[in-house]
Design a protein around this ligand. Structure first.
Ligand code: IPD
Length: 278
């Protein structure tokens, strides 16, 4: 089995460097532009950080490929192939970044033969570095992570996001999903504004589940392996196998909780990430 530890260590070092750029800009005035909706924002820092990350990786690994949020937004074709591929969200939580709401992360996943080999989520303001490598566990600032193992939905804290989709069907589906979960009841519903950091809460055991419809592969590719390596379960919201391109995900402390959420929530239609450029 190939060992991708050198790539992982390089990814961690450049995520830390990227965070220095993000933290300087975090306190400054931002020039904000809209993408797909009034809640889908981009700043010059998102674009600059992605360009810095890709250029650093490309000079060390010239054969590797990339799927980057801002490159795709700029029109680049999104295709996950069998080649070693870095999936990058330079700032997950751009709305938080713009408002200085302190959950902002660099998210980097690395796939080979379409399988995720490692994931890195660096929550910059919190200075929390989550990472996991396939078969080698998940870690927060070097300490091992373990999901809660909770089996009973009525004892769960569930994290979700409203996201950037704001049409009537998306909004009514998302709000009625929250309503149905609260009626089960669950202990609580939370949202931090970054899919990557939300999902890592399941890996820490601080939350028992996370679900989201409408996010993109770069938001959750890294945190999915972090949850799995912490002993959690990741699946599609329809109960089928996790597919990072489907724009639907459940991450949970156990199969029982994941399946229960899959039965309770509904999805609204989203075009797959690999079917269209955003
Ligand atoms: C967004 C965040 C947010 C989620 C959106 C994503 P971005 O990513 O992860 O929590 O609800 O669906 O698009 O745009 O800040 O990288």
């Amino acid at each position: 089995m190939a060992d991708w530890t050198d790539c992982l260590n390089f990814g961690i070092s450049i995520a830390k460097q990227a965070s220095e750029t993000i933290l300087v800009a975090y306190h400054q005035q931002k020039d904000v532009k809209l993408k797909s909706s009034s809640a889908d924002l981009v700043t010059e820092t998102d674009q600059r950080v992605e360009a810095i990350l890709i250029s650093a990786i490309r000079s060390k690994y010239p054969q590797h490929r990339f799927i980057g949020e801002e490159s795709v937004a700029a029109g680049e074709h999104l295709e996950l192939t069998d080649c070693p591929t870095w999936i990058i969200d330079p700032i997950d939580g751009t709305v938080n970044f713009v408002h200085r709401f302190p959950f902002v992360a660099v998210s980097i996943a690395f796939t080979v033969n379409k399988q995720t080999e490692f994931g890195i989520v660096y929550s910059c303001v919190e200075d929390k570095l989550f990472h996991a490598q396939r078969g080698r566990g998940a870690f927060l600032n070097g300490d091992p992570l373990r999901a809660s193992g909770q089996q009973d939905i009525s004892r769960c804290v569930v994290v979700t996001e409203i996201g950037a989709e704001r049409d009537d069907l998306a909004l009514s589906t998302m709000t009625s999903n929250i309503f149905r979960l609260l009626k089960l009841p669950v202990h609580g519903v939370r949202a931090l504004g970054t899919a990557a950091v939300d999902m890592c809460q399941v890996a820490t055991g601080g939350a028992d589940a996370y679900y989201h419809i409408g996010m993109h592969c770069w938001d959750i590719a890294a945190s999915a392996i972090i949850v799995q390596e912490a002993g959690g379960v990741v699946m599609d919201t329809d109960g089928s196998a996790f597919d990072m391109m489907s724009r639907r995900v459940i991450a949970a402390s156990s199969s029982a909780v994941a399946n229960h959420i899959a039965q309770v929530i509904q999805a609204f239609p989203c075009r797959r990430d690999d079917k269209v450029s955003v």
